[in-house]
Design a protein around this ligand. Structure first.
Ligand SMILES: [Mn+2]
Length: 240
């Protein structure tokens, strides 16, 4: 029986934050239960490079590395942590996976931002920051400067979202259906939109992971059964 956990959008930004504590507890508990753990992007609020020596990067990578001894960890970078590369993989024990990623049993996984095709401004930005020369130029800057840039980008992103209609920041239904069709899958799993739920479409089922805010979210797979779960961040993680 295949046991898996899927999570996304934790947006970790400080070790002192409750989300970080609960994530490490969750990871510890679920790594003993699951064969595989998939982190589908935006684990970090920002990732400024694999050489990041901040306490958050050290603590989270250490927790992941420990968990990787009990479960196979798979990490798909999101739009916040797209700079996570092979250095991060080595530090964390996670294997980097592409977006989209098709599992051996036919689930298609994405972060979700590429499916928000109605948001043309965002798609232009996404294309730009994914260009290798753009990334190389950024990574060549000193850590302190990269941290300052990450702060600026965050402020600009918050301001940009406030002006946008809610529906253009959601997944485009046709883009989701096309992805299922192209990958020959019946189940699509993603995060990014912070709108947890389960949607039936003609082609299959789309599970949307929630962001970790007041509660934490995960999708649990036991054999072919998938279950979306949430838990309070106010209390220690069950079984931790
Ligand atoms: Mn995202």
């Amino acid at each position: 029986m295949l046991a898996r956990i899927f999570i996304a959008d934790l947006h970790l930004d400080a070790v002192a934050d409750l989300r970080c504590t609960r994530f490490l507890e969750c990871l510890h508990a679920e790594a003993h239960w699951a064969d595989e753990i998939f982190i589908l992007g935006d684990l970090f609020e920002a990732w400024v490079g694999d050489d990041d020596d901040a306490e958050l990067a050290e603590t989270v990578c250490h927790g992941l590395k420990q968990a990787s001894q009990s479960a196979a960890l798979h990490f798909m970078p999101g739009n916040r942590d797209f700079l996570c590369g092979e250095g991060f993989a080595a530090r964390s024990g996670a294997v980097l996976i592409g977006d989209p990623f098709l599992t051996s049993d036919g689930l298609v996984l994405v972060h979700g931002d590429a499916l928000c095709t109605d948001d043309l401004d965002y798609q232009r930005l996404r294309k730009e920051v994914r260009r290798p020369p753009w990334q190389a130029e950024l990574l060549a800057k000193p850590l302190a400067e990269r941290r300052a840039i990450a702060r600026q980008l965050r402020t600009a992103s918050t301001a940009g979202k406030a002006d946008k209609a809610q529906d253009i920041m959601d997944v485009n239904a046709e883009a989701a259906a096309a992805l299922l069709e192209d990958s020959g899958a019946e189940i699509l799993i993603h995060g990014h939109t912070h709108r947890p739920g389960m949607h039936h479409s003609g082609r299959g089922v789309r599970y949307v992971l929630g962001d970790w805010n007041r509660c934490g979210w995960l999708l649990r797979q036991a054999h072919r059964r998938l279950q979306l779960e949430c838990f309070s961040l106010a209390r220690p993680y069950p079984g931790a």
